[in-house]
Design a protein around this ligand. Structure first.
Ligand code: NAD
Length: 465
């Protein structure tokens, strides 16, 4: 049997593509070597958010007095939190399995690789699996007309001496698997993963040190927003060492060198290394002419690679490593393959991103620095508005002692909104309104006509205009 579409990888890109193409009546085979759902569902977004929610419950209970609530003897059981996380993940994986089953998509639970390529026929090979004993070692061959590569990414291990074979080193996957909290943790890399784990451990009472090589944590975000988080975290007891490099690690000892940070040694029971991720490109060797850029697959605006009938979506394209980008890329790729659906290019200027710190950060579009760069420093071409989140009554009611911040960047010529950056709970829940405005090219007068429910924190998007 020749399948219309073969998909390697069952994460947000892979399962979205599989469901969409199957729903359109096409024969689809999807290969996943681990559980369906990929990094996001199994060892990324969902497990971290589940644990962060447990940590927030504990943290809020222990800080409830500011709301007139006294909770004494509040304790937690980390192993139970981890158990719940596993349950949540299993439930969602089962949901994806059921969805693909309902759409009659063939799912092969085995690692696949490309066996041969021509624009007329692509063959894939996967080890045969038997339900009880796993893989048998024998390989099956699958013929497909189109190929979608959604193999995702893996944690990058930097070439720091002392990381390999060090039992104190964690990556995000081992941190999520641990059923016991570390006595103390040093986090190498103050990016998104680093700051989310810093939040988790800090809220559960673990001493946390963040080591960031760049002049600032979360270097890709609007720095006014980052400042609010940094100030709060430092005040609450997290040690943040910016401009600081790790020279080597020996057991629990971390040797640092820094221009503005500490130079010397710090010690931590666990060392979480979160310095970025790299595309998974194993198993694609038969695609000899496939084009890569810095280890990621190059795709056009419709997710097609330089090879006919070969598409890629998600982290493996190295574009923006976010689950919601991966799903959208998959929709665009399948839309292009099917040809029957009008396909729009992905609006990368309107992709929201969230950092699940406490308070949360949510952003979409250009930051002030990026806009200034775009306009070559001509500040007459754009307007930056900013207000504290306390302009929202609901925010004041529910965030005792917090300020929060909202920034909006407006293009002066078109009057359109080109960037929105926020810190304050629960901004992740309404950043989509800003994404929508940017995606649709709303001008300020148009956005002013939108009615926001009162009292909600989302009203800050209107207050700021
Ligand atoms: P990242 O690129 O966000 O951050 C890595 C950080 O490590 C950077 O700040 C970088 O300057 C720093 N760094 C690099 N080398 C270093 C070194 N030797 N010493 C100290 N610091 C060093 O990468 P990440 O946090 O690993 O996340 C990986 C990907 O996963 C990102 O694309 C991220 O957006 C995505 N992700 C998203 C979410 C979310 O949407 N909430 C959550 C987790 C991860």
């Amino acid at each position: 049997m020749k399948y219309f579409l073969g998909i390697i990888g069952g994460g947000p890109a892979g399962y979205t593509a599989a469901a969409m193409a199957s729903k359109a009546g096409k024969d689809v085979v999807l290969f996943e070597q681990n559980a369906l759902g990929g990094t996001c569902l199994n060892v990324g977004c969902i497990p971290t958010k589940t644990l962060l929610y447990s940590a927030k419950q504990y943290f809020n209970a222990t800080h409830a007095d500011k709301y007139g609530v006294t909770a004494s003897d509040v304790t937690f059981d980390y192993a139970k939190m981890v158990q719940r996380k596993t349950k949540v993940v299993r439930k969602l994986v089962a949901g994806i399995k059921m969805k693909l089953n309902n759409e009659h998509c063939t799912v092969i639970n085995a690692p696949a690789s490309v066996a041969s390529y021509s624009p007329e026929l692509i063959t894939l090979t996967a080890q045969r699996s038997c339900s009880d004993s796993g893989l048998t070692g024998e390989a099956d061959l699958y013929e497909v007309s189109n190929l979608l590569i959604c193999t995702g990414s893996h944690n990058f291990v930097p070439p720091i001496p002392g990381i390999a074979d060090n039992p104190h080193i964690w990556d995000s996957t081992s941190a999520l698997a641990a059923t016991q909290l570390p006595e103390s943790i040093a986090i190498v890399g103050g990016g998104v993963i680093g700051m989310e784990f810093a939040t988790l451990y800090h809220e559960l009472g673990v001493p946390v040190t963040v080591i960031e090589a760049m002049p600032t944590i979360l270097p890709n975000l609007d720095q006014d927003i980052v400042k609010v988080l940094r100030d709060k975290y430092i005040k609450s007891g997290i040690t943040i060492l910016e401009n600081t490099k790790v020279e080597r690690i020996e057991g629990q000892e971390i040797y640092l060198s820094g221009t503005a940070g500490l130079t010397g040694t710090i010690s931590a029971n666990r060392i979480l290394v979160s310095v970025g991720r790299r595309a998974n490109i194993e198993g694609l060797e038969a695609l000899t002419d496939l084009e890569y850029n810095r280890g990621a697959i190059v795709v056009d605006d419709f997710m097609k690679t330089n090879l006919d009938k070969v598409y890629a979506a998600g982290d493996v394209t190295g574009k923006i490593m976010l689950a919601h980008v991966a799903s959208r890329q998959a929709e665009v790729a399948v839309g292009r393959m099917l040809k029957t659906i009008p396909v729009q290019r992905i609006a990368y200027n309107a992709i929201p991103s969230v950092v699940y710190t406490n308070p949360e950060i949510a952003c979409v579009g250009l930051s002030e620095a990026q806009t200034a760069e775009l306009y070559l420093g001509d500040t007459s071409k754009f307007t930056v508005k900013s207000i504290p989140m306390t302009f929202s009554g609901r925010f004041v009611a529910e965030n005792e002692g917090e300020m929060g911040l909202v920034k909006m960047i407006i293009d002066n010529k078109s009057q359109s909104i080109i960037g929105v950056h926020m810190i304050g709970n629960p901004c992740s829940e309404f950043v989509a309104a800003a994404s929508f405005a940017i995606r649709m090219g709303y001008t300020v007068p148009e956005f002013e006509q939108v009615v926001f429910p009162h009292p909600t924190v989302s009203e800050v998007l209107k207050e700021i205009l």
